[in-house]
Design a protein around this ligand. Structure first.
Ligand SMILES: Nc1nc2c(ncn2[C@@H]2O[C@H](COP(=O)(O)OP(=O)(O)OP(=O)(O)O)[C@@H](O)[C@H]2O)c(=O)[nH]1
Ligand SMILES: [Mg+2]
Length: 351
């Protein structure tokens, strides 16, 4: 999508098994020594290995073909053939292996470090194995199993911690530029950002990844605007930050509309995710009043103000992001027994 380098394909082949050997023992003083053909070695596997130092699939755009070594054939004197070496394909964490034709997911490598995709062929048995009392000179052996080849699609879902959701022009790119090393294009017209941009934010010795994505508009789920295919990039984030432009008189409805569009893409994006709402462009006329209304409307949520001209607002936003990322879903919130309710509300919070 839009030339974003997160999808590719590779051609892989496992190693062929080595053939079993037909051989008979021939030694001085041992006439007709019987069959002694050894087994072929097994072929190498095709293995995907997750490397945490990789962030993209670009290294797989130049080398696309990966073939494991074949097993060697067996030989006389019951010698086994050597097994073929496996081929390892390095991929970044979060890569998903797919069927290139149907798009069906074969394996998700998010929680796996190693995945054997194709096993090498087994080596064939040498003729030693086929000797019987009535067939003392088996002149045949088993061939090794053939190699298997396949084309596989690879897709990398960006793994960001916090994703920005907002209408076009809401100020998403401005925020990622202020908080991180990213340089996302900022311009006073909609759809400036056309591909997702990631940035690393450092706060109190912890690095978290923020994702700026293109703006979404009402009806995106039906394909309006740029659609919302790119929402898949934020499907694995810990939390979403909804950016609401306070200079827009209709900004009080923005969160509901965005939330509905995001839910239409995937329920997973709205259930069980941490959320906060950021009112942007606080410096604009009327923005302060709208911010107060927004805060009152979503009293049960974290609602924070922002303006690119007020750097003092950034700290609260950074802290909210850290709280979202460090939130433990199963840690259960229990006030210590006997704590006075008012005291608890004041001093005991979930974060
Ligand atoms: N006055 C004011 N203008 C802002 C503020 N934040 C952003 N802008 C302006 O709003 C416009 C849009 O900002 P962007 O950061 O590009 O918005 P975006 O949400 O990334 O927009 P798209 O990528 O098009 O979806 C730019 O002209 C910014 O200069 C703010 O706090 N105050
Ligand atoms: Mg932008």
């Amino acid at each position: 999508m839009f030339g974003f380098s997160d999808e590719t394909y590779v051609d892989v082949a496992s190693g062929k098994g080595g053939n079993g050997c037909v051989s008979f023992r021939r030694e001085r003083c041992v006439p007709k020594g019987g069959p002694d053909g050894g087994d072929g070695g097994r072929g190498g596997d095709v293995v995907f290995v997750v490397k945490d130092n990789l962030r993209t699939l670009s290294h797989l755009k130049t080398i696309r073909s990966f073939k494991a070594e074949g097993g060697q054939n067996g030989s006389g004197a019951r010698c086994y053939g050597r097994a073929g070496a496996d081929i390892e394909i390095p991929v970044p964490r979060g890569t998903v292996i797919k069927d290139p034709d149907t798009g069906a997911i074969i394996k998700d490598l998010t929680d796996t470090d190693r995945f054997v995709f194709l096993e090498g062929g087994r080596g064939g048995l040498g003729n030693y194995h086929f000797r019987t009392a009535t067939r003392q000179t088996p002149r045949f052996a088993q061939p090794g199993e053939p190699s298997q080849a396949a084309r596989v699609g690879l897709e990398l879902l960006i793994i960001a911690d916090i994703g920005f959701v907002g209408f076009p022009n809401a100020g998403k790119s401005s925020l990622i530029n202020m908080l991180t090393n990213a340089r996302s294009e900022v311009a006073p017209y909609p759809f400036t950002t056309r591909i997702p941009v990631l940035g690393m934010m450092r706060y109190a010795d912890q690095d978290i990844v923020l994702a700026d994505i293109p703006g979404i508009i009402e009806g995106a789920s039906e394909g309006s605007g740029m659609g919302f295919k790119f929402l898949r990039h934020i499907s694995r984030t810990r939390g979403l930050a909804y950016l609401v432009d306070l200079s827009d008189p209709n900004c009080l409805d923005a969160y509901d509309i965005l939330h509905k569009e995001v839910a239409a893409y995937s329920e997973e994006l709205v259930t069980g995710k941490q959320e906060c709402i950021i009112g942007t462009k606080l410096d604009e006329p009327g923005a302060l009043e709208r911010f107060e209304l927004l805060k009152a409307k979503y009293a049960d949520k974290t609602v924070l103000p922002l303006s690119i001209y007020m750097e003092d607002k950034l700290l609260a936003i950074q802290q909210a992001f850290m709280a979202m990322v460090n939130h433990k879903p199963d840690s259960g919130f229990a006030k210590p027994l006997g704590m006075d309710a008012d005291f608890a509300d004041e001093h005991w919070s979930q974060t």
